[in-house]
Design a protein around this ligand. Structure first.
Ligand code: ADP
Length: 216
């Protein structure tokens, strides 16, 4: 992962520049009682990451928008393949009853339905299952294929998509889980979406906590 972790000294430099900028490297060094050469790597990191701006003959000043820019850069760089978790999948002949049991045993809210080759067929959420369960149906007899949302209406991501794209899809489509798929072309010209993982709202929340670690 590529979140930028600032050292204590770098944080101090940012504070100084925030308060007194524009300020030269020399002046920052005087305040911190360090030579300019000692500070050079820190200043390089802070300017390269966009937190500080350096203007020749003026000095360093604080880029007020850097907080947002940093977050935007981080989530635009992290890929689905870096953070995806294992998919929890069942076959389409699985009964509603067994699907509900799987929600508990696997501790998930959504199941992904696949064919014998691991190809994506559908998705079933906890509310899909609740709906059928409270309708007075025999959950032991109904196959999950009768209640799932099916292809081609499934919203997916690929391993190469960014985590920003994934999070955006979760929000736009108002869903909790995205199957991660790799697309294969079959000899007959059709395409198969092999399920290789899942991204959930929990994935995104965990990532936010990781990015915030050490800064809060
Ligand atoms: P819940 O229904 O438990 O709140 P969701 O918000 O994830 O969970 O699901 C809402 C509806 O969208 C359900 O009918 C579900 O089948 C469907 N759904 C869930 N995930 C996807 C997805 N990735 N693509 C398309 N439809 C989905």
């Amino acid at each position: 992962m590529t979140a930028i972790e600032l050292t204590d000294r770098q944080i101090k430099i940012v504070e100084i520049v925030k308060e007194r900028g524009p300020i030269t490297g020399e002046q920052i060094g005087e305040i911190l009682n360090l030579t300019r050469a000692t500070l050079r790597p820190d200043l390089a990191i802070l300017t390269m990451s966009g937190i500080l701006e350096a203007r020749p003959r003026v000095g360093y000043y604080y880029n007020g928008q850097s907080g947002n820019t940093l977050v935007a850069r981080a989530i635009g760089k992290i890929r689905v393949k870096d953070v995806k978790s294992l998919p929890v999948v069942v076959r389409e002949a699985t009964t509603v009853y067994d699907a509900i049991v799987t929600l508990f045993t696997e501790d998930v809210g959504t199941l992904i339905i696949v064919d014998n080759e691991g190809g994506l067929i559908g998705v079933v959420s906890r509310k899909d299952l609740l709906k059928i369960a409270i309708g007075g149906n025999d959950a032991q007899k109904i196959p999950i294929s009768m209640v799932m949302t099916r292809m081609p209406n499934i919203v997916t991501v690929t391993p190469e998509d960014t985590i920003y794209q994934a999070a955006k899809r979760l929000i736009v489509h108002e869903i909790d889980t995205l199957p991660v798929v790799r697309t294969f072309a079959l000899p007959n010209g059709h395409e198969r979406q092999e399920v290789v993982g899942r991204i959930t709202k929990t994935t995104i929340t965990k990532l936010l906590v990781e990015l915030g670690e050490g800064h809060n």
